[in-house]
Design a protein around this ligand. Sequence first.
Ligand SMILES: Nc1ncnc2c1ncn2[C@@H]1O[C@H](COP(=O)(O)OP(=O)(O)OP(=O)(O)O)[C@@H](O)[C@H]1O
Ligand SMILES: [Mg+2]
Length: 258
Amino acid sequence: MNPSIPVLSVNALYKQYVSVPNLRNHRHQLKSKRALAGVSLTLTPGLYGLLGPNGAGKSTLIGIITGTLAADSGEVLWCGKPARGIRFRRILGYMPQQQGLYDSYTGRRFLAYMAALKELPRKAVPAEVDRVAAAVNLSAELDKRLSAYSGGMKQRLLLASALLGDPKLLILDEPTAGLDPKERVRLRTLLAQMAADRIILVATHVVSDVETVATEVILLRAGQIVDAAPVPDLIAKYAPGHGLEDVYLAVFGEGDGK
Ligand SMILES: Nc1ncnc2c1ncn2[C@@H]1O[C@H](COP(=O)(O)OP(=O)(O)OP(=O)(O)O)[C@@H](O)[C@H]1O
Ligand SMILES: [Mg+2]
């Protein structure tokens, strides 16, 4: 496989969460929840929207791709090789759905810290921190402590952190949650530009985040891919003459998707 063309392959991922519901219950019955039931995908450069109801398995899929969760079976390959280790971490930018922040840090210190974890060359860090902060319109706030950041500012800081090192694979779990409309549009434009030569996977509930810019939209329900296609194809198939929101309602309208 040509290593200069990024390809992410996800092959037959299965994941079940097992939990003990109540230790005082002497029957000690284990509860299990099937979160992914055979998910396969091949992504080449472009912007991919991952849509599905609460509990569909989006964060689980993202967790497994990014290596923060282990699958029960299946594999994730980057350019044909297992997506693991520092080689993969260097090309990966990941923004989780939820992440604690160190309130006493300034934005600049947080980004420098994340750059160090990513093992970016030390000399390159200050300029890289400025670059990613500018990309998310946070340059003026970099020297404030995170305790003084608004929710949307924290969200943009996490996004900036995912952009460190100019990753070839960018995975964002609900990146626009809490963003005002102006920042939401800015992010959409930024992602559309960046998708020209990298793979961007965005899980979202906000259909308009991906409707006009996605190369493909992946519809996930109850741990399985229902369909994955360009937006016009999905509209033609599920909601002719309407929009992506109507596709969503047509596909996920009945049941809770879990
Ligand atoms: N740590 C966990 N332990 C047990 N079950 C879990 C755990 N994490 C997720 N699940 C279950 O796995 C399923 C998939 O969850 P997941 O978080 O991947 O969904 P999601 O599509 O990201 O949802 P949302 O839109 O709410 O973020 C859900 O039924 C959820 O309850
Ligand atoms: Mg989620």
